[in-house]
Design a protein around this ligand. Structure first.
Ligand SMILES: CC(C)(COP(=O)(O)OP(=O)(O)OC[C@H]1O[C@@H](n2cnc3c(N)ncnc32)[C@H](O)[C@@H]1OP(=O)(O)O)[C@@H](O)C(=O)NCCC(=O)NCCS
Length: 449
């Protein structure tokens, strides 16, 4: 997420910078560089984020996947025909699912993280804030707040054993985590009870020891035990095999700060004053009747959004108003939602974004970038362009520095008019144990946090 920074990003959910005209480093370049450093006697394990995983489809096709080749996912070079839309492996009868947890390396043990316990929530926050997704240059790292983690992981129907932690026996420290939440998802014409997987994280000191595959196997087992056999997730890396490859776009709200922290750069021929003017927004939304969503709006928003999501090939299905209320009723510093209500009391439009700051590593002046991420919206009485521009205005009022959006839904149509810049890392969408034809970003209606 940035404007004009010229490095590759490695997002789980869009931790990239705006591309400044194509400095995509290939895996080969990185491999050659690593070899040179090794010959020069540099300990590469001490270097920040040397990418070991492919970032684009071409690199991925040449790689062999020790773990993912054992999993029920399509092969990297498999072209799934349009009429195929089904599970890869049959559901296993519940009493046949492995009952014992997978083995961790000696000295570590499984431990559910109880997010209702303030100390454990803080432990998870600390693990992630120090060890979660960074860009390749170690300039920015996601800083999901503790309230956000509760929101994202304690959805209706959440389960304690799906907040799956790993602790060191010696000092009890939380060193790894993987989360799953229940979510019904429609894929083309099939509606499937799945989980969304998120917050996979292994402490930096425990990396490259094949702990991630154990976490993935163990959460799969814990999900299978409940009779669920599919999952949806996103990642900045390419593994077999994305259902869609999306891209983040970034809209500067506070260009001076973004340039200061090198999230963006001042483009040639532009002065700071002109840049600030370029990104200046009105004080109030153009949609006069736009207001904050309340719990009382849930029944109408439920109908409006449910109908709107039908146009996409991959979309969440909210099984109850309670599920939708959890996703969208505003929570300060977590999720912001607005509705437009006409004079008959009918809700015609809605828009939402969530708050995901990033820590700025190594800047004296600024500790964090406050980023808003576009979430769900329905443009009923106004254009998508006006509605998203209004959300820029609202995010700006809330003092966000940047507004990020993927090129899914109808977003691509408005990026250039609303002064979004293209990011330089992709975000891949994945389905586990499901085989279907690839989707264009504009066919995706599912937003993961
Ligand atoms: C992602 C992370 C947990 C992987 O752990 P690791 O110690 O680097 O990797 P391990 O040696 O344990 O395992 C490597 C295997 O995990 C897979 N893997 C790595 N990251 C993955 C991801 N995000 N999703 C799915 N699989 C992943 C690799 O492809 C590899 O499998 P392969 O041999 O089939 O290619 C760790 O690097 C981390 O915490 N990174 C920061 C947070 C992050 O990026 N989380 C993922 C967000 S989508």
């Amino acid at each position: 997420m940035s404007h004009g920074h010229s490095h590759d990003g490695a997002p789980c959910h869009g931790h990239d910078h705006e591309g400044a005209g194509g400095s995509q480093r290939s895996q080969q370049d990185v491999a050659a560089l690593v070899e040179q450093l090794r010959l020069a006697g540099v300990d590469i394990s001490q270097l920040p984020n040397v990418p070991s995983a492919p970032r684009d489809m071409d690199e991925a096709r040449t790689k062999s996947y020790q773990f993912w080749s054992t999993q029920p996912v399509p092969q990297m070079n498999e072209m799934v025909p349009a009429d195929v839309n089904c599970a890869i492996e049959e559901a296993i009868p519940m009493d046949k699912v492995r009952a014992e947890p997978f083995s961790l390396p000696a000295g570590f043990r499984w431990s559910n993280v109880d997010l209702n316990d303030a100390d454990q929530l803080l432990e998870l926050y600390n693990l992630l804030t120090k060890n979660y997704v960074e860009d390749d240059d170690s300039m920015f790292r996601f800083d999901y707040s503790a309230e956000f983690l509760k929101w994202a992981l304690q959805v209706p129907g959440h389960r304690a054993e799906w907040h799956c932690g790993v602790r060191a026996d010696s000092n009890n420290r939380l060193l790894a985590f993987i989360g799953a939440v229940p979510q019904t998802v429609r894929v083309y014409n099939k509606t499937v009870d799945m989980v969304e997987i998120n917050f996979l994280c292994v402490h930096k000191n425990l990396r490259s020891r094949r702990v991630a595959p154990v976490l993935i196997r163990e959460i799969t087992r814990r999900v299978n035990i409940t009779g669920i056999f599919q999952a949806a997730f996103t990642a900045g890396i390419v593994i077999p095999k994305p259902v869609s490859v999306c891209r983040y776009y970034h809209r500067s709200l506070n260009p001076r700060k973004l340039i200061d922290v090198r999230f963006s750069h001042l483009s040639s021929k532009m002065t700071m004053a002109r840049t600030i003017r370029l990104y200046k927004l009105p004080d109030e939304p153009a949609t006069r009747n736009l207001r904050e969503m309340t719990a009382g709006d849930v029944p109408q928003v439920y109908k409006l959004l449910t109908k709107s999501l039908e146009q996409y090939k991959l979309a969440p299905v909210y099984n109850s108003e309670e599920e939708l209320a959890h996703a969208l009723v505003p929570r300060k510093n977590v999720v912001y939602s607005y509705v437009a209500e006409n004079h008959n009391g009918k809700i015609t439009d809605m828009i939402s974004f969530y708050s995901l700051p990033s820590t700025v590593m190594g800047s004296a002046a600024h500790k964090a970038i406050y980023a808003a991420y576009l979430y769900y919206y329905v443009a009923g009485s106004v254009s998508v362009k006006q509605l998203i521009n209004d959300s820029l205005i609202l995010a700006n009022k809330e003092k966000f520095d940047v507004f990020n959006a993927l090129d899914l839904m109808h977003n691509d149509e408005i990026f250039s008019d609303l002064k979004f810049g293209k990011g330089d890392g992709n975000l891949q969408y994945y389905l586990y144990n499901w085989k279907c034809a690839d989707m264009k970003p504009s066919e995706i209606g599912l937003v993961l946090q």
